[in-house]
Design a binder for this molecule. Sequence first.
Ligand SMILES: [Zn+2]
Length: 391
Amino acid sequence: MVPELAYPLHNSSAQEEIPANILGVSPLSLSSSKMLSLISLSRPAPLTWIAGFFIFVYTLTMGYRMGVDVGGTKTEICILAFEGRDYTQYQVLHRERFPTDRTGNLNSFLRTLKAHVQAALKHSNLDLSALESVGVGLPGSINPVTQVMSQGSVAFFKDKNLHQEFKSALGFKGEMLFDNDANCFALAETYLGAGRNWTQANQVPMNRLCLIGVILGTGVGGGLVIEGRLIRGSRGGAGEIGHITLVESGHPCYCGKFGCAEQYLSGTAFQRFYSARTSALEHLSGAEIFKRADENDPLAVASIEHYRDYLVTFLSNLSNLLDPHVIVLGGGMSTQPRIYPGISERLSKGCFLTENPPAVLPNTCGDSAGVLGAALLPLFTGTEFDWETTQ
Ligand SMILES: [Zn+2]
């Protein structure tokens, strides 16, 4: 079943309300003592006790989990409330964002994070001890065993004992897990987004689903889910697809190699390709170039087709390696409808297996995929995950 969301997750505004229930307020947004006092205003005492008992039992069945998505420019946190152990039944109690100060240090980041975590808990009428887990997505490669970030775009996270630093700064004693932000994207799209929708439409069980999340943003990143499980590799480097060689001896990449996929498939690369061919070296945004294509600007149309050629080659290579059911695209380029027509059919020509090529789909969790996936990390990769029974 597709989870019913409290409000559209594509909407990134931070302070949104949970829809009212029969009491006129959501039980998820009130502590049980407040709900009891609300009921006691309008009910005789015995009914108040009975209602209080049921609310107490209801509260016991709720689980609260926090997600933290640290990006290079902004950090987002959310608190999710789950009904019992069913991850498909949840509501977003609160979300908020704040800028990531990459010029600061780990201590200053954690001080800011703590203030926002406390504000989020207060807004949700929860104590820190009510959180069962905190999952954190970081822009880098996180060793799945040591939980240390070995490579990443925010330097102050590198080579630190993240467990110890985060837990002691937040005063949190529950389960905490760290993972790559693109892995979080793939996890959210698998269990809450495009992947889950696809399994329902095609009657494939979740523990069979093979999905590749491909982020085409300012950089290119990826997350791999094979038979329902997130694949991290031996050092946490699985899914670093942006640095697969796409063009032999091609453009130089900041990683030190030449011809990396990121140099051809990022939004930045797309803009650079167009701008280098304009007479005045115009610097347009990706969206502006797509708009020009809609107005039949020949260079814009040619730039998009050139981009799609590289994308088909790239996705074909990924498909030959992992044979996914679904490839879910994220990042700025994925929001452009002109990317998709015919791409799945073209993929089949580049795959060894030509029948039933992977479906290439836009994401459905929007820019909340990272923080939702982070909140899911302990559910699907932590001590509680039982993939054999995951349906
Ligand atoms: Zn590279």
